[in-house]
Each structure stands twice: as C-alpha cells, then as structure tokens.
Design a protein around this ligand. Sequence first.
Ligand code: APR
Length: 320
Amino acid sequence: MARKKIALIGAGQIGGTLAHLAGLKELGDIVLFDIVDGVPQGKALDLAESSPVEGFDAGLTGASSYEAIAGADVVIVTAGVPRKPGMSRDDLLSINLKVMEAVGAGIKQYAPDAFVICITNPLDAMVWALQKFSGLPTNKVVGMAGVLDSARFRWFLAEATGVSVKDVHAMTLGGHGDDMVPLVRYSTVGGVPLPALIEMGWLTQEKLDAIVKRTRGGGGEIVALLKTGSAYYAPATSAIAMAESYLKDQKRILPVAAYLSGQYGQNGLYVGVPALIGAGGVEKIVEVKFDATEQEMFVKSVASVTGLIDACKQIQPALA
Ligand code: APR
C-alpha cells in the first residue's frame, strides 16, 4: 500500500512539531510548505536526519510552491501571523483572511480530495473562511480547538485529583475563545462525572471552578510564559489525533470545530462540537443535551463566533 501524504501549510512552531509527530507515528510522507524560503526545507532535512535514529520511514520534503502538496490525503494549516501587541482583532482577521484565501486556492487546485484541518487563529472564523475559499465539502474541512481545550481541562483535572491522565475525560465545546464551554457534567474521572466526584469529596466546587477558568485561559497562560509565541506541542498533538482518526478510519469522537447545518440549532457556521471522524471526514455530529446553563454558555459562545464571521464578511465581501 502506498504511503499516505500529509501536507503541512505553515512550517513554524506548530508546523515543525506536526511534522515530527507525523514522522514518529509513521502516518505517511510529509511535505512542509511555507512562504519563507528555506525554513520548510531546513526543517524537513533536519527531521529526515532524525529518522534513522528513531527508526521511522517517512519522506520529508520542504517546499515553497503549492504544487508540492499535490494529492495530499491530509492538509493541516497553521499558516498565518499571531496577534502582536497593538494589533486589533480586525487587523489580525484581515491579515489571516488573506492567508486563508491563498491557502484555500492552493488546496482547491492541488489537494481537493484532502481532509483539511485548520489551526490558524481566530480559529472558528478562519476554518469557516478556509472552507469557503477552498470550496471543499464541509465534512472535509474542520478546525482544531476542542481537542486541545479538552486536553488542557483533562490535565488540570488529573493534576488536581492525582489520577492518571488516561482515566480523565473531558469535553470542551463552543468557540475557541474565552467563552468556550467546558462541559462539567460530561467530563469524568475514572468514569465518574465531575458533579458526582464533588459529592464524593474528591474535588471541591471552588477547585473545579478554578480549573474551568484556567481551561478557558489556557492559551493565554502559555503565551504569558513564553512571551514570544504561543503553544505548539499540545496544539500539534491534538491535530495529529484528528488526522490519525481520519487516515486510519478510527471513528473517534473528538470535539472539533465542525460545520453546523441545523445541529444545535445553528446554521452555516463552524463551532466546537463532538464529531465522529473517520474515512468520510466528519461522519456524524453528536448532539449532546444541554441543561439551561450549558445552553446559555453555548449560545453566548456561538454569538462570539458569529461576530467574528460578520467581521470577516465586512473585510472580504466575497465571503458574504
Ligand atoms: N502561506 C504559508 N505560510 C505562511 C503564510 C502564507 N501565506 N503566511 C505566514 N506563513 C507561515 C509563517 O512564515 C510561519 O512560518 O506560517 C508560519 C506560522 O508559524 P508560527 O508563526 O511559528 O506560528 P505557530 O506557533 O506555528 O502557530 C500558527 O496556529 O495556534 C495558532 O494562533 C496560532 O495562528 C497561529 C497558528
């Protein structure tokens, strides 16, 4: 069986980590693409030179032309610029929108059958724009945020309870912003939902509230520590889990930014929901039941996403 092909658009911090993980897991041959000439080529060569030591077989190439992504099975997009001090949300939106336009055109031309995972921020708006610009089916274009936000939630819970991360499951839905929706009732430690865990005295309500708050600010916490960039190990791992579920038809249910067409009462936007990822891309969206508080949080989060999408439409009327 021929190897799968994984194209990484953006060879920065996350792009390089994605390439490393995809190589170590032997997911396929890897192409790193970036507009900065030399960087994707240099990272690809460095990683290729690590493969004899780790013992993985993967083609690793760097490219500055979209032709190199031809026929990719998976495309993971991290291209863009981060928000810098003094830059408004709209400044960032308009810069990264232009990047999505170029990336979308490249995917449309060279990898129209790929499963596309967008990581570029502001995530929910960028994945929406990327789907529009690429014209790929909505079930083949997703955004990575929920796996990462849930992983942060899981880690904080594991740390607080002293339980292995393997036995801690959590679900964070909604947009990838400060008003994301960590779902306490659907999160478990050793199979026990968090509210029951509080009744058992394993966790206090105060501690849980603090963990939820920390989860919401998880990205900012890393930025504050790193000072010159944002998180990359956990974001890359999260996207690789999504890619692997698609490539191996694992049918995992993962929280991803998926296109909603009626589910959760929403239409025509991308927002974080649990989705079954298999060989067909997003094969099913799981509609969990919300209680009144969860519903209120979800609607608020969707409103933020809609605000971002409206801003995109103002900047780029072709998207309206
Ligand atoms: N086409 C291809 N690559 C581009 C383009 C473009 N039009 N514009 C920028 N890039 C490249 C940059 O040259 C850089 O190498 O995208 C890369 C981004 O890498 P980093 O700046 O290191 O950012 P990273 O930490 O990888 O995060 C990427 O993911 O989490 C989000 O907010 C984060 O939007 C950011 C993205």
